[in-house]
Design a protein around this ligand. Structure first.
Ligand code: CO
Length: 191
């Protein structure tokens, strides 16, 4: 599929129907601007505003909709909260279902067979590959996305961020922290 897509893109580019640079900038926009930045705003707001957090955990589609991020790829967005007792991690074992409106395009590894199969069999091992280690008594809950239901991880707010504005908080929310394969950036550490 990847080769076919690349071949098609090459032909369309050679014939002058599409502009490769424009395609790159669209992909980049989804990866770095439109997608994960929206999710980071949602997380930062949930960290700052208890009423919004409650609404997000009760009905994430509705809560995210109030911020203007409207889903075009599925019906139900579910927010799952990380706590010291439970770490959440998201996968789509069947294909690559992913909450585009809050996270943008899925990363290549999310779509790859090794992640999709290992995330359910050996979540702790997969997290170790991402450099994420959790206390042994922290439960890991793996959520399997579908075309209808997609998940957003609400990471724990890092210590040392007391009094921060939502904009400051959003800066430290990484894409991977919202998939459950990473943490927010540590305050003060180089990004
Ligand atoms: Co899928």
């Amino acid at each position: 599929m990847e080769l076919r897509t690349r071949a098609l893109e090459t032909i369309l580019t050679e014939k002058g129907y599409v502009d490769a640079a424009a395609l790159d900038s669209i992909v980049q926009a989804y990866e770095s601007k439109i997608g994960p930045r929206n999710g980071a705003q949602v997380v930062a707001k949930a960290w700052s505003d208890p009423a919004f957090k409650q609404a997000l955990l009760a009905d994430a589609s509705k809560a995210v909709g109030t911020l203007g991020h409207v889903s075009r790829v599925g019906d139900h967005l579910v927010a799952v909260e990380n706590t010291p007792q439970r770490h959440n991690m998201v996968v789509c074992t069947l294909c690559s279902c992913y909450p585009w409106e809050v996270l943008g395009l899925p990363p290549v590894w999310y779509k790859a067979a090794p992640y999709r199969s290992r995330a359910v069999k050996d979540p702790r091992g997969v997290l170790a590959d991402f450099g994420v280690s959790l206390p042994t008594d922290t439960e890991i809950r793996v959520w399997d996305s579908t075309a209808e239901t997609r998940f957003l991880v609400l990471p724990m707010r890092p210590e040392g961020t007391e009094g921060w504005s939502e904009a400051q908080l959003a800066e430290i929310v990484t894409r991977d922290s919202m998939i459950g394969t990473g943490f927010p950036t540590t305050p003060g550490a180089p990004s």
